[in-house]
Ligand binder design. Structure first.
Ligand SMILES: [Cu+2]
Length: 164
């Protein structure tokens, strides 16, 4: 029984180390301002998808504010770009035409990973509260984490009931 309990603790702790991938449809006509308020953490990624009418530039704050595309930190044109998030603010603009001033700019504020590591406590009775992004206005990345959080303990509960 001790063994099963240990597994249960590990599984309950596991969601905190799952990184979330947030899809971003990178196009004109979208409002990206709400991204600055999303609770993103360092292990998460953004997946930008865009047509060849656009590009994706990772820029510093000044270039973000001024929509200045000439000095990007990194530049992407592949139409499907995965950006690993690093702690602190990150800034993205489209460098084509005046798309940036028309709204194609996105800022995120990334916090350091809440778990601070991947070693689950072997004694804790309560799992660490995973940083589930609130206000899930349709971010598909959440569904998997939700599935893991509720699916695994449910399966384990069934197993425990079966063994009892
Ligand atoms: Cu563009």
């Amino acid at each position: 029984m001790k063994f099963v309990t240990a597994i249960l603790v590990i599984l309950l702790a596991a969601p905190s180390v799952f990184a979330l991938e947030y899809p971003v449809v990178w196009n004109l006509g979208n409002d990206y301002s709400s991204w600055a308020d999303r609770p993103l953490t360092a292990n998460d990624t953004l997946l930008f998808t865009y047509s060849n009418a656009h590009n994706l530039l990772v820029v510093n704050r000044g270039d973000y504010d001024n929509c200045a595309p000439s000095n990007p930190i990194t530049s992407h044109t592949d139409g499907r770009t995965v950006i690993p998030l690093t702690p602190g603010p990150m800034y993205f603009i489209c460098g084509i035409g005046n798309h940036c001033t028309q709204g194609m700019r996105l800022q995120v504020n990334v916090s350091t990973s809440a778990s601070g590591g991947t070693t689950p406590s072997s004694t804790a009775g309560t799992p660490p509260s995973s940083s589930t992004p609130a206000g899930s206005n349709g971010a598909p990345g959440l569904s998997m984490a939700t599935h893991v959080m509720f699916g695994l303990p449910l399966a384990l509960g069934t197993l425990l009931a079966f063994m009892a």
